[in-house]
Design a protein around this ligand. Structure first.
Ligand code: DX5
Length: 220
């Protein structure tokens, strides 16, 4: 079994106690996902790059841009936002980028890993031409926009196909991941699990992370 990485998404963290909540889980997190929404690509909005000024962490960030046509300047605003933070990767959506390869190239030229996300209805062949180029693929397991939705198990067909095509690629899933669905995703071939409400709505956040890891160990 590959090492499973846990990427808590701060979307459903208590934004008034954001730093406190991040402190609580950072020793147990491999990446920290920052969800960014523009009310165009998805029907919800979050703070933009200024969000990165509101907290500090030693955990490398996984920035998930659910944003229509992110320009180079827009991407740069995240890279420049807070020099104390380390950005591991920036994810853009295939559906949102008219020139996907160029956008991914821009990210990589800034020494940041580039990742591409696809929505539940988007077939894998839409990203086949960039597969040799990206460091990670995010297979969305909910329609993006909100935390707390149900895991769409049909998306596992794409995870399985992608794992066969790319045995060493980082494959991330995001949406509805909990102790029941995590083993399903890992069995299919995912190795990075984004989790928001199951962690941040739990009384014991570290306990929730351990519950996922334990369940994966027991069930695959
Ligand atoms: C989906 C976001 C997810 C979301 C996951 O719109 O990209 O990161 O916060 O939340 P949970 O884990 O609650 O489904």
């Amino acid at each position: 079994m590959p090492k499973i990485k846990i990427a808590p998404s701060i979307l459903s963290a208590n934004q008034d106690k954001l730093q406190e909540e991040i402190n609580e889980i950072e020793d147990y997190s491999d990446l920290l996902q920052v969800d960014v929404m523009d009310n165009k690509f998805v029907p919800n909005i979050t703070p933009q790059a200024e969000l990165l000024k509101k907290f500090d962490t030693k955990v490398p960030l996984d920035i998930h841009l659910m944003v229509k046509e992110p320009s180079d300047d827009y991407i740069m605003s995240f890279i420049d936002a807070n020099s104390k933070l380390k950005i591991n990767n920036i994810t853009v959506h295939q559906e949102a980028c008219p020139n996907l390869k160029k956008t991914l190239k821009f990210i990589k030229n800034n020494d940041i890993k580039a990742s591409v996300a696809i929505n539940p209805k988007t077939p894998l062949n839409k990203i086949k031409e960039v597969l040799d180029y990206v460091d990670m693929v995010l297979i969305m397991t909910v329609v993006p926009g909100f935390s707390g939705q149900k895991f769409i198990e049909d998306c596992m067909d794409k995870v399985k196909e992608l794992r066969k095509l790319k045995p060493n690629l980082e494959i991330e899933v995001d949406g509805g991941v909990n102790d029941k669905t995590a083993p399903i995703a890992v069995k299919a071939g995912a190795n990075v699990l984004v989790v928001s409400s199951f962690i941040f709505k739990a009384e014991d956040k570290v306990g929730a992370i351990n519950k996922i890891l334990e369940s994966v160990k027991q069930n695959i």
